[in-house]
Write a protein that binds this ligand. Structure first.
Ligand code: SF4
Length: 330
C-alpha cells in the first residue's frame, strides 16, 4: 500500500504551485488548476492510480508518493550510513569571538560570549596537532576547514594562516583532499589579503549585506561609525578578479526594513561577480515577519533572479549529512 510522503512541501509561486520533496530532492510544478486536481487525488491514492496511472508512477518515482514505510527511521538510517561510511573531516574553527562590527542581532552578543581576544598560541598548536593526527594517524581522505567567528579575518595572520599553511602542507604530503570556507563580513579584506587567500586555496566565502547602502550602514558600521557597505561591495566585486573559481554566498540578513530598497544593490554588483554569487536570504532571528513581508521577500527574490542574482543553494553543493566530532564518540 502506498502513502503520501511526509516530506512534501508546497509553495505558491506566481500562478504556479511548486511541490518539493525535501527527502528525495525532487521538485514538480503544477498550474493552479492541475494542483487543485492533484491535491484531491493525493487524498485518495487508489482513485489517483486508476485515473492517472502515468502521473502516479512519475510522482512515485520522484518520491512524492511512497510505499508504506517509516520515513523518519529511514532518514536516521541514511544519516548513520553516511556518518560511518564517510571519514572526511569538517572542522569549524573560530579564531575569535570578537568582531570589528556590532550588529544588533549578533548571536555572539546574545550568547554572552566571553570576549578574550584571539585564540591563544597554545590552542593554535593544539588545533595543528589535532589536524596532524587526523591526517597522519587517522588517515582521513579529506579535510575541510570552516572559518567562523566573531570575525575570523581579524586574526588572519596570527591564527588563520599558520593553521591553513600546515594543513595544506600535510594534506599534499599525504594525498588528502583539502577545502575550506570562510564566513566573514569582509571588512578586513584587502587586495593583498585576497591574493594571499588565493594562494592558500580559499575558494568559498560567505559575505553579508544588510540592505541598501543606507540601511546596511545603520547596522554594519565600524567603531568610529563608518559604514561598511562600499568596502563590502568592492570586495565582492574584487574576489572573482583574483580567484577565478570563487564561490560567494551573498548573505542578506533581513529585518522588516531591509527588503525595501534592497534592489539598489543589484547594479552595484559586477556582471562577472554575479556569475560567482548565490544569494541566501535569512531573516534576523529576533524579528517576526507578517504576510506583507513574506510577499515582499518573494518579489525581491524574483527581481534578484531576473537580474542574475540567483538565490538558493549552490547546485553543486553536496546534499548529505555531515559527520560531526561527537559522531565519532557514538
Ligand atoms: S559582522 Fe557577524 S560576527 Fe560581526 S557583529 Fe555582525 S553578525 Fe556578529
Amino acid at each position: 500500500m502506498d502513502k503520501v510522503s511526509y516530506y512534501n512541501i508546497d509553495l505558491c509561486y506566481q500562478n504556479y504551485h511548486l511541490v518539493y520533496n525535501t527527502f528525495s530532492d525532487s521538485l514538480v510544478c503544477f498550474t493552479e488548476e492541475e494542483y487543485g486536481i492533484v491535491q484531491n487525488l493525493l487524498l485518495n491514492l487508489d482513485k489517483f492510480l486508476v485515473e492517472y496511472p502515468l502521473l502516479y508512477s512519475e510522482l512515485k518515482k520522484a518520491g512524492f508518493i511512497i510505499e508504506d514505510y517509516d520515513e523518519l527511521e529511514f532518514i536516521k538510517f541514511k544519516n548513520r550510513l553516511c556518518i560511518f561510511e564517510d571519514r572526511s573531516c569538517h572542522l569549524t574553527i573560530n579564531p575569535t569571538l570578537d568582531c570589528n562590527l556590532k550588529c544588533w542581532y549578533c548571536s555572539t552578543e546574545y550568547a554572552n560570549a566571553i570576549h578574550c581576544g584571539r585564540m591563544s598560541e597554545d590552542v593554535i598548536e593544539s588545533v595543528q596537532k589535532h589536524i596532524a593526527k587526523l591526517i597522519i594517524k587517522d588517515k582521513i581522505p579529506a579535510i575541510h576547514l570552516d572559518w567562523f567567528g566573531g570575525e575570523p579575518l581579524m586574526y588572519y595572520n596570527e591564527v588563520v594562516r599558520p593553521i591553513v599553511l600546515q594543513t595544506i602542507q600535510l594534506a599534499e604530503k599525504h594525498s588528502v583532499r583539502f577545502s575550506q570556507h570562510v564566513t566573514t563580513n569582509s571588512v578586513f579584506m584587502t587586495e593583498e589579503m585576497i591574493v594571499d587567500m588565493a594562494k592558500l586555496k580559499f575558494r568559498s566565502f560567505q559575505i553579508p549585506l544588510d540592505g541598501n547602502e543606507t540601511h546596511h550602514n545603520t547596522i554594519k558600521f565600524t567603531e568610529n561609525k563608518q559604514g561598511t557597505f562600499k568596502t563590502i561591495v568592492n570586495n565582492i566585486n574584487l574576489l572573482p578578479q583574483i580567484i577565478s573559481d570563487v564561490r560567494i554566498t551573498l548573505r542578506i540578513n533581513y529585518d522588516k526594513k531591509t527588503l525595501y530598497g534592497i534592489e539598489e544593490i543589484i547594479p552595484l554588483i559586477s556582471e562577472e561577480a554575479k556569475k560567482h554569487i548565490h544569494v541566501d536570504f535569512q531573516k534576523v532571528w529576533q524579528i517576526n515577519c507578517d504576510e506583507k513581508d513574506k510577499k515582499r521577500l518573494e518579489t525581491v527574490k524574483r527581481i534578484f533572479n531576473e537580474n542574475g542574482l540567483v538565490s538558493g543553494y549552490w547546485a553543486y553543493a553536496p546534499k548529505k549529512f555531515n559527520r560531526c566530532y561527537s559522531d565519532k564518540l557514538t
